[in-house]
Structures are given as structure tokens and as C-alpha cells.
Ligand binder design. Sequence first.
Ligand SMILES: Nc1ncnc2c1ncn2[C@@H]1O[C@H](COP(=O)(O)OP(=O)(O)OP(=O)(O)O)[C@@H](O)[C@H]1O
Ligand SMILES: [Mg+2]
Length: 401
Amino acid sequence: MYLTELQLVNFRNYARLEERFTPGLTVLYGANAQGKTNFLEAVAFLATARSPHTHADRELIHFDAVADELPFAHLEGRVQRADGLHHVRVSVTLNGQQRSRTQKVVFLDGRRTPVLEYIGEVALVQFLPEDISLIASSPSKRRQYLDITICQIDRQYCYDLASYTQALRQRNAALRAVVEQGYDPEAAWAWDDPLVKHGSYLILRRQQMVAQLDEHITRIHAELTGEQERLRLHYLPCLELGHLAAHQLSLGWQPAAWGLAEAPLSFDDVEARFEEQLVKARSEELRRGMTLIGPHRDDLRFLVNGVDLTRFGSRGQQRTATLSLKLAEVALMTAKKQEAPILLLDDILSELDENRRAYLSRILRDQAQVFLTTTDPAQLSPQLRAEARLIRVESGRFLEE
Ligand SMILES: Nc1ncnc2c1ncn2[C@@H]1O[C@H](COP(=O)(O)OP(=O)(O)OP(=O)(O)O)[C@@H](O)[C@H]1O
Ligand SMILES: [Mg+2]
């Protein structure tokens, strides 16, 4: 899949941009603070209706436009997919009194589309400098990573995630009211049904997707490290799923290695366990005033040769494992969508040593479309540089080489 055209109006430091693109590699280079990352953010925003850098859409509107009568940012493009050319359009408008409200509208092929329905229409994988810390950072960042990845592949997951988040918020508020104001706990338990129903789907899909990512990541990481490291990715559910306990996973316990088959979980299995463990946790929940069981407390483990990278990995190991994760995500997405996603790589070459860069260069040549930013195009292999389209970015404008 690839972007053939992009138009921006008042997006970040791009007052106006109108460009055509081809498949293959496009390199955006230039000094700091010129708009390289902003451009990638624009592509991501158009593809997912969500910025990887901010939840406040108003920040996306060009500073100079904020004083206008009706400040807006507008993004529009055409995406070539296996099933044809599609027209996508997203705009953000500030309105209401004191311009306190932002309104985002998304159009797909001329039809107004709710954001949840739009996610996944344009497949995208991003590798950003902040991703480098994913393995070392908090479980919530790893959950967020999983959610964003799975949402692009499975729309039902997006719906269930939204409903779960809502049920969890209500249930937590009710539990707090019990603890702080002595309310009736029945108001909290009333949220158990939606919590279990939507949460069980999240757990099931996370487990399936992580198992698939794991297959890709093990292969990719072995290639990337010259067979030196065996990287495994494990889903660590908060819920005790019975078939594999969390502590066994964190110790790298592999049923297959013991000749045991890991029985696939069914939705009903997960629901039953969730319900049961939620009831068991009630007294503790009433003491602490929060929901203690559920996918909002899941995590992911990265194990290299059986060692947990989050706790014991060197910075370099964590960085390489992140690269493997991103490439595994590309492989997973390609398998699910039956075509390669658009790949955005923001300033990551400087994070990688020469071997990793060489490996990445080989992979990039097989991708449908890649946008890569760098302050120094000399970091690209001469071959890649010769094949790429190079664009210099200066103060929110493109200067062709
Ligand atoms: N809403 C906005 N309106 C106008 N300018 C903005 C807006 N948001 C950010 N900027 C400007 O965009 C610039 C940063 O652009 P960007 O992050 O794309 O830089 P970059 O080229 O990726 O630089 P680096 O090499 O440092 O990563 C900053 O100078 C910032 O002030
Ligand atoms: Mg940048």
C-alpha cells in the first residue's frame, strides 16, 4: 500500500504542502526543527486519525492559523491499496466559545467515517525515537503499543477496547465512591458484565497476536544478530489463564520444549476465568478502591536467551529488540492485510550500529513505501541513497534535490 498524493493546510509548521509520492523509499533530510517529524506525523494522522505525539489535536494546527476566525488543519491524500485508489481526508477545527473545542472529521472516499471505523483502512507501521525505550519503559506503554497494533488489524478490538475502557472508568469511579463516601458496592459490581465481556476479547486477541508476533520476531532477531540471540515475545496477562502461569512465562518456560501442546483458549474459557477471579478480588478491591483484575494490568515480556530484557537487557540489546519488534509488526501486518503497510522511520539510523543499519537497508528495499527522516543522509548506504528520492526539508517546505 502506498501514498500517492498528500496535501496539507496549516498542519504544524506546514502552512501549505502539495506533493506526489511514489512507492519505494523517500528520505526527508535537513537540520533540526525544520518539519521532518511533523511530516511523518501528518502521514500518520491521515492514516490513523491519531497523532503519535499528542492527544491534543489542537496542537496540530499551525500557530499562525490559531488567531483565524475558524482555525483548522486539513490533511488530504490518495492511497493506493490492492483494492484500488482511495481518497482520504481528515480535518481538525477549533470552535466553540473561546475556541475550547476541537472537532475532527474523517472522510473516506467522500463518505464521513467515524474514527473507530476508519482505523486500519490505511495500514501503517511507525518506528519513532521514543519507541527505543518501549522495552525499558512502563507496562502501560507496552499495552498501548499492543492496542495500537491490534486495532489496526482488528476493528472489533477497537470497539471492545473503547467499551472496556469506559466500563473500567465507571467501575473505578464506583469503587472510589464506596471507599471514600460509603456508597453501595453493588454500583461497582454492576459493571462486571461489560468489563468481563469486552475485556475477555482483548485478552484473547492479545494472546493470539503476541503469539503471531513472537514467531516473526524470533526469526527476524536471529537474522539481525547473526544467530547470536534468541528473542521471544510473551504475553503476560494479569488474569491467571491456567494454561500458562505468568511466572512460568517470565522464566521462559516453553510447553513446546517439553513436548506439551498449549491448548488454545476459547472466549468462554477466558470469560469464565475473568468472572471467577474478579469475584475473588472483591474484598481487596473494596479496600483499595480500584479494579485489580483485567487486561488494563497486562504486560509483555521480551526474553533474550531466556533473560528478561526489561530488567536485565543492555541499552543496545533493547534497541535491537525494538527494531526486531517493529519489523515483526511489518511482517504481521503484511500477512494480515495481504499487502505491505506504509512504513515511517523517524530519525532512527543514528540509533543503530553499522550491522543493524545494513540489515535494515536490506529490509527497506522489500517494502512497498517507506518515509525515512535523518539529519544526515550519509548514514544511508550508497545503494539505498541512489535508489531513494531525497527531499530536503526547510521551515515546513520541501526542496527537491
Ligand atoms: N502547531 C505548530 N505550528 C507551527 N509550528 C509548529 C507547530 N508545532 C510544532 N511546530 C514547530 O515545528 C518544529 C519542529 O518540527 P519537527 O519536529 O518536524 O522537526 P524535525 O525536522 O523533525 O527536527 P529534528 O531533526 O530536531 O527532529 C519546531 O520548531 C516547532 O516549533
Ligand atoms: Mg524530528
